[in-house]
Design a protein around this ligand. Structure first.
Ligand code: ADP
Ligand code: MG
Length: 347
């Protein structure tokens, strides 16, 4: 693993100007944080961002870790499974951005991409078309984690176990294998590299891949999109968590719920937020992630928003979410809610 503190001394101008796709005109291309802000002014306003746009140099420097802020290092490795069987709720976006934010602030972080679509691997700039070692080799071929881990180029301290298209067959190929639910757990346990956080990005289903992820993690992070039917299916997810807890992983619990794609202009979004807080209480992070164009653009450049546009509202909020997760440790427990109460609870 590389020296994570190197992140803090990166080139500010390189980090803060979103790269442009080949052949396009860069909106505001001067190399400074101020220019990065100017570029936001010249592009069409992102009307869905309701949080104030960060304009101050100090803020951007803080995002990049130039003030030397380091996040609290956990006493032992935390393994966080990011799950919600609904697609498009922000699992992958949350995984890569929280992971990158932590790595940029001194922590050693591993992302395990467990979705055959490989969106987390793409967002971390990993070329998935090559015949690269991947999480498939780990789960099906029995390779060790050390054989399939790769460093993420832009973010010192961050590494990834990528997913390739092979993983699409793994749900079926796992079925006859010995200890099929525990293969990821065992691979992580056998890996003695220094890692503070492992984030496992789940596919949008509750099959054997997600069961492997739930069996491997100590804690679950559930991203919930602030939209109609936000809590649909959450009861089923909690039921699965309970099942894995009672049969495979007794210490598993929901540590964190993150509200994503929040649009503060709509009453629906605040209703959903209230509803989620009523159900999950203190497990819900104070930080809300706003809907932000920069967040959705970043993956097409093979980047997280933390490096693509670190001063943008989405990056600042993911930074706050990451800090909250790191600071509050494992004290917050959201055990004890009734899975059945989630059914039909859409506002
Ligand atoms: P999941 O992994 O749960 O399927 P994703 O993280 O891939 O969800 O997000 C679904 C889509 O929504 C992606 O296109 C992503 O870029 C976009 N998205 C996620 N979070 C935000 C956000 N805060 N603002 C704008 N778009 C977002
Ligand atoms: Mg995803």
């Amino acid at each position: 693993m590389s020296d994570v503190h190197g992140a803090a001394s990166g080139d500010v101008s390189r980090e803060t100007i979103p790269p442009q796709p080949v052949g396009s005109v860069a909106p505001g291309a001067a190399g400074s944080i101020a220019a990065s802000h100017d570029s936001r002014e010249t592009t069409p306003p992102d009307r869905s961002d309701d949080t104030p746009i960060a304009t101050e140099t100090a803020t951007a420097l803080r995002v990049l870790g130039h003030t030397g802020e380091t996040f609290h290092r956990p006493g032992r490795r935390r393994v966080v499974t990011v799950a919600n069987q609904k697609g498009g709720v922000g699992k992958t976006t949350t995984t890569v951005n929280v992971a990158a934010a932590m790595a940029l602030h001194g922590l050693r972080v591993l992302v395990v991409d467990l979705d055959p679509q490989g969106n987390a691997s793409t967002a971390l700039g990993i070329d998935r078309h090559a015949h690269i070692p991947s999480v498939y080799d780990l789960l099906i071929e029995g390779k060790s984690l050390g054989d399939v881990i790769v460093d993420v180029a832009d973010v010192p301290g961050l590494s990834c176990v990528p997913a390739t298209i092979d993983l699409a067959g793994a749900e079926i190929e796992l079925v006859p294998l010995v200890a099929r639910e525990l293969r990821l757990r065992r691979a992580l346990a056998d890996f003695h590299g220094e890692i503070d956080y492992v984030f496992i990005d789940c596919p949008p289903s509750l099959g054997l891949l997600t069961v492997n992820a739930l069996a491997a993690g100590q804690e679950v992070l559930i991203p919930i999109q602030c939209e109609y039917y936000a809590l649909e299916g959450v009861g089923q997810l909690l039921g699965n968590i309970e099942m894995v807890k009672s049969h495979l992983n007794p210490s598993l619990f929901v540590s964190t719920v993150l509200l994503t794609m929040y649009d503060g202009r709509t009453r629906l979004a605040s209703q959903v937020a209230d509803d989620v807080r009523a159900h999950f209480g203190s497990a819900v992070l104070r930080t809300l992630i706003p809907r932000s164009v920069r967040v959705s653009e970043a993956p097409s450049y093979g980047q997280t928003v933390m490096t693509y546009d670190p001063a943008s509202p989405g990056a600042l909020c993911y930074l706050d979410a990451a800090r909250e997760i790191a600071e509050r440790g494992l004290d917050v427990r959201a055990d004890g809610f009734n899975a059945a109460s989630f059914e039909g609870s859409a506002p």
